[in-house]
Structure formats: structure tokens, C-alpha cells
Design a binder for this molecule. Structure first.
Ligand code: GDP
Ligand code: CA
Length: 327
């Protein structure tokens, strides 16, 4: 079976590990979010692609869910000694090597998709990992700026910051008013993306952030349309359980785009034009009727990715729901 998965970082990567266990014979193509990408110290960093690559390749820091296992921070400390920041983004020594290789290849003229393939030759993630686009897309968040002078109306100033500054530096604790994938409207899907969607037997949305992970991928012109037109089941798993994201601050970016943090509201955000099936957690079984009323087939099953076995069971439920909507 050919499965296409639209993935962010931790939620996407952990789900993929379960999917591989649930369906070992499948041919899995991952379309990764690159809206989180950032240039730091002259290096191009792709946090979500790397989280998928390290998680599936066995190099991830398991407890943290991002970054390398057995990491050290000598370079970061030396940079800080020179007064060179930002100090709020923790790149470890092992991780630095990945960004150096990537940046060197990009400087030599390789597109990000080719670079990602080269990095994956080492990690052997067991899936085909494609960036959503080779073009530069950067998610920015419009926040209240505590440092900006008040405007004429006495309101505090607003400022657009890079998603990582909002997420990592401010821990999403400052009010956000809009989320904009800058450059997405001009971006083209990376080579292989539309072909993979067209050849897919099923498309899955893992429990990734619906706004800044899956939403950013869908903002690249052509990808949403290709999925809607593929004529194959599209099934998603809710990242929201009991009115809150399982981990992280996804509720903040959902609020910024006017979406409630409930499993049913996230399903409606994707919409029945895109989603055929939606899995909510067993504890949200009461909301299944609301999802079905929106024209999306819904099942309630355990959705906590506590270990690979539990995650594989989630993946099997998603594939079963896909067969149900196909029939
Ligand atoms: P990021 O790029 O690292 O933020 O990762 P993703 O966008 O791929 O996934 C983040 C989302 O994963 C968060 O919004 C969480 O709600 C969700 N998530 C994390 N762990 C779990 C879990 O065990 N179950 C479910 N259903 N969602 C989870
Ligand atoms: Ca991310």
C-alpha cells in the first residue's frame, strides 16, 4: 500500500514510527513541514524534517522528542562566550553537523529535497522524506510586542516574528493575532510531492499541529488540491484530546486563527472537502456526532502515543477507517 503522510515534528514523527510498525510492507512518503525552518549562525536549520529523520533513524533524544540523543553543547557555549546568539535556540554539537552538511550542499546548488535525500542516506528512516517545497517558506506570527512603543490609539504595538521566536523564545505565551506562512503563496511543491499524492492509496494527517505543521504544508499551492482530487481516503488523527493539545501549545495557534481547541473543531478546520475520516480520542467519543454532522466519518479510539505499540494501534485504526470510507 502507498501511504502519504503530511508531518510536522514530534507528533508526526512519533506517529510515523507507529505507522511503520503497523504496516511494515507499505511504501510511505512523508511530506514534511518546512515553515519552521530558520537560519541560525549562517546555517539552515529544518527542525521538522530533522525530527522525522532522527526519530525514524534512531538518533532522536527520546525524552525530549527533538534533537540528538547523547548531545553535547560545546559549540553553543563557545558561541555564547563570544556573545553570539540567539541563546534561546538550543543547537547541540551533533545536530550542528547536520545543519553544516545541509548548508554546504545548498550553497553548492542542491535543492532542499536533494539535500534531505542525502541526509537520509545516513539515517535510513525507512520512509521517503520530502520537504513540502524547495522554496523558502517561513511561518511568522503577529504578536503583541512588549517592547514596541504604544501606537496613537494607546494600544501596544504589534510585531511579526519568526515562528521559532514566538514558539521557543516566548513559549507561545504572548498574545498571537495571526499566523502567516510567508512565501507559501509563491512556493511550488517539491519534486515528487504531487506525484506521491497522485499515486497514493491513502493520505494520513498524523496528530501534528493543524495550523503550523499540516496547515503550512496545505498552504503550498497545489498540495491541498492534489489531496482533495486524489480520490483516495484522507484520514486524520486529532492532536487535541479533551480540549487541549496533548503536549505543546497548539491551542495558542489554533486560537490565533479562530479555531477552538477541540477535536471536533480541528476536524471542521480541515473540513469535509479534504477529510473523509477523523479519529478522536476515546475520551472525546461524545464529540463524534458533531464531526459526523460536518460530513466526516468519525471513530473514537485511544490516541495517546505512549509507546510504539499504542501508536501502531492508532495507525491501524486510521488505516481501517480509510478502508471503511473507501467502501
Ligand atoms: P512539532 O512540529 O514538533 O510541534 O510537532 P507536530 O506538529 O508534528 O505535532 C505537535 C502536536 O502533536 C501537538 O499539537 C500535540 O497535541 C500532538 N501530540 C503530541 N503527542 C501526542 C499524543 O500522544 N497523542 C495525540 N493525539 N497527539 C499528540
Ligand atoms: Ca514544527
Amino acid at each position: 500500500m502507498r501511504i502519504v503522510v503530511l508531518a510536522g515534528g514530534i507528533g508526526g514523527a512519533r506517529f510515523l514510527r507507529g505507522l511503520k510498525a503497523a504496516s511494515p510492507g507499505s511504501d510511505i512518503t512523508v511530506i514534511g513541514n518546512t515553515g519552521d525552518d530558520i537560519h541560525l549562525f549562517g546555517l539552515k536549520v529544518c527542525p521538522d524534517l530533522d525530527t522525522v529523520m532522527y526519530t525514524l533513524g534512531g538518533g532522536i533524544h527520546e525524552g525530549q522528542g527533538w534533537g540528538r540523543a547523547d548531545e553535547t553543547f560545546a559549540v553553543k557555549e563557545e558561541l555564547a562566550a563570544y556573545g553570539v546568539g540567539p541563546e534561546w535556540f538550543g543547537l547541540g554539537d551533533r545536530d550542528f553537523a547536520t545543519h553544516i552538511v545541509r548548508t554546504q550542499m545548498i550553497a553548492a546548488g542542491y535543492p532542499l529535497s536533494a539535500v534531505t535525500e542525502a541526509l537520509c542516506a545516513r539515517w535510513q528512516p525507512g520512509v521517503r522524506l520530502l520537504p513540502m517545497t524547495d522554496d523558502r517558506v517561513e511561518t511568522h506570527v503577529l504578536i503583541d510586542d512588549p517592547e514596541a512603543a504604544p501606537g496613537a490609539d494607546g494600544q501596544s504595538g504589534r510585531r511579526a516574528v519568526h515562528f521559532q521566536e514566538y514558539w521557543v523564545r516566548h513559549r507561545a505565551a504572548v498574545p498571537a493575532h495571526a499566523v502567516v506562512p510567508v512565501g507559501a503563496d509563491q512556493a511550488k511543491p517539491a519534486p515528487g510531492v504531487l506525484e506521491a499524492v497522485a499515486a497514493a492509496d491513502v493520505v494520513l494527517f498524523p496528530p501534528s499541529n493543524p495550523v503550523v505543521s499540516v496547515g503550512t504544508i496545505l498552504a503550498v499551492p497545489g498540495i491541498r488540491e492534489a489531496i482533495a482530487d486524489a480520490g483516495v481516503p484522507v484520514v486524520g488523527l486529532s492532536p487535541v484530546i479533551g480540549g487541549a493539545p496533548v503536549r505543546g501549545m497548539a491551542d495558542k495557534v489554533l486560537a490565533a486563527v479562530g479555531v477552538e481547541s477541540t477535536a471536533a473543531a480541528v476536524a471542521r478546520f480541515y473540513g469535509s472537502g479534504l477529510l473523509d475520516g477523523w479519529l478522536v480520542d476515546s475520551s472525546d467519543a461524545g464529540t463524534a456526532g458533531e464531526v459526523e454532522a460536518a460530513g466526516i466519518r468519525c471513530r473514537a479510539v485511544p490516541l495517546l502515543m505512549t509507546d510504539v505499540a499504542a501508536t501502531a494501534a492508532m495507525a491501524r485504526e486510521a488505516l481501517a477507517l480509510a478502508e471503511e470510507v473507501r467502501a
